[in-house]
Design a protein around this ligand. Sequence first.
Ligand SMILES: Nc1nc2c(c(=O)[nH]1)N=C([C@H](O)[C@H](O)COP(=O)(O)OP(=O)(O)OP(=O)(O)O)CN2
Length: 179
Amino acid sequence: MLSIRTQLGIVKSELICLIYVSKFLNGWKVHGGVKIRSDVELKPVPMPKWKLTTEFTFDSAHYIKDYDGPCGRMHGHSYRVQVEATSNQLHSSEYCPHPVMVADFRSLRWAKKDVTKGGLDHGVLNEILPPEYETTAEMIAKYIYDVTKKRVPEGVRLKVRVSETSNSWVEYEDDESES
Ligand SMILES: Nc1nc2c(c(=O)[nH]1)N=C([C@H](O)[C@H](O)COP(=O)(O)OP(=O)(O)OP(=O)(O)O)CN2
């Protein structure tokens, strides 16, 4: 008789099981495998963490494709970049075998290198960035974020700020809700 389906479309034994579970949970809820009273409000446990910030500049030329104005013509900026890396764990790096750093500063500062050495300095950004990245400060920040993300240990959260001129900054960062 175990296979007799009820009108709810579930097996009888499953129904009995559900009744037991609902009685068991009456006024309670299960959180992380633990039964707790449903009126108890759970607050996130604060986790101590490290936050590194490094800043650098690079000088490059660019134009914004189809931009109706001076930014559509080839021109240059001294870009200022800040990269922030956050983690509650320390890691080893390519250069250091011991788990003593969030991420090696060297892996965060790659973009300041000369374009012939894999960086963005003294290049034409429209030629360096893959075509899916336009050369707005927004997309330069995303590009630096995307490349840096591949160079830092898993779980390290990143925020990249880019400034073309002293007036304006752009930020690109991990989605808080992902952690
Ligand atoms: N949201 C964005 N807007 C603009 C970007 C950008 O990357 N993101 N870029 C440009 C141009 O590249 C331009 O070089 C910078 O423009 P602007 O801020 O106007 O530069 P100035 O410092 O010369 O501004 P002033 O107000 O004239 O001093 C445009 N927009």
